[in-house]
Design a protein around this ligand. Structure first.
Ligand code: G3P
Ligand code: CA
Length: 263
């Protein structure tokens, strides 16, 4: 029946813990990622930046200023220097109502530490950020995926840069890719775009606020997964699920879990 279909549909929606459970804990810390798992996130979302000495770290911005007590460009600091920084106190200052004493002094994790903590069979959804600033980022990511024996059936790599995704595809065609898209006006998906993206990616990740039912259905009917970002309210989650999205990035994986359960 259609009621069963609707329930089945809900179960399959990927719950992507965006920067971890970043509504509750400082983004891109091991603490935030662990909380994401606990809150029924299916995937840990990791944004990548690269240090001066070529180490991949989990951080959203190209600069240290917003999410640590450091300042300046990530690429100008060694890993050792970045490890001295406090990646948690900013959260307590910005969100006093969600502050926790043990967020103080949290470190910026390396990708290696993320892999060591969550293991080979966790679901990682990794974004190559600013790949034009970090030549060799894709190879380095792939080397670490291979070194840690990460299960590639579960791995997803995402980027706004199609060049970066094409490079990943060339380096290892078995890695599943998602093309991120950012719209500033109501979004449309042309046949040509669908065909181009399908050459290398299994799905798309558009911002959630410029898409409509038609957009979602065009993607799905053409065999593309569609994971809008970043959705933090239950009504919007429900609307997107009704439209047929196959996953959602959220800072509040517990809320998406409730929506999926019909609560
Ligand atoms: O990766 C999906 C979404 O996270 C893209 O935006 O800026 O949060 O990385 P951003
Ligand atoms: Ca991201």
């Amino acid at each position: 029946s259609s009621v069963v279909d609707a329930k089945e549909k809900h179960k399959d929606i990927l719950n992507v813990a965006h920067r971890g459970a970043s509504g509750y804990a400082p983004e891109h810390t091991i603490t935030s990622y662990k909380m994401g798992e606990k809150m029924h996130g299916d995937y840990i979302e990791v944004d990548l930046q690269m240090t001066k000495d070529g180490e991949l770290i989990a951080m959203h911005d190209e600069t240290l200023d917003r999410t640590t007590n450091g300042t300046g460009q990530v690429k100008d600091y060694t890993l050792e220097e970045i490890k001295q920084l406090d990646a948690g106190s900013w959260f307590n200052e910005k969100y006093p109502e969600r502050a926790q004493a043990d967020y103080e002094g949290l470190q910026v994790p390396t990708l290696k530490e993320v892999f060591e903590t969550f293991g080979k069979n966790a679901n990682y959804y990794i974004e190559t950020k600013s790949p034009e600033v970090y030549p060799g980022m894709e190879q380095k990511l792939l080397d670490e995926v291979n070194e840690y024996g990460i299960n590639k059936d579960k791995l997803l790599v995402q980027s706004f840069s199609s060049e970066s995704l094409l490079k990943m595809n060339e380096l290892d065609p078995s890695v599943k890719l998602v093309q991120l898209l950012e719209y500033t006006t109501p979004a449309e998906l042309t046949d040509r775009e669908v065909q181009t993206i399908k050459e290398y990616a299994m799905g798309i990740g558009p911002n959630s606020d410029m898409i409509d039912r038609e957009y979602v259905q065009k993607a799905v009917q053409n065999g593309l997964e569609i994971h809008p970002y970043t959705v933090n309210e239950k009504e919007e989650m429900q609307k997107l699920i009704d439209w047929g999205v196959t996953g959602i990035f959220t800072n509040f994986p517990d809320l998406l879990h409730e929506v999926k359960k019909g609560k």
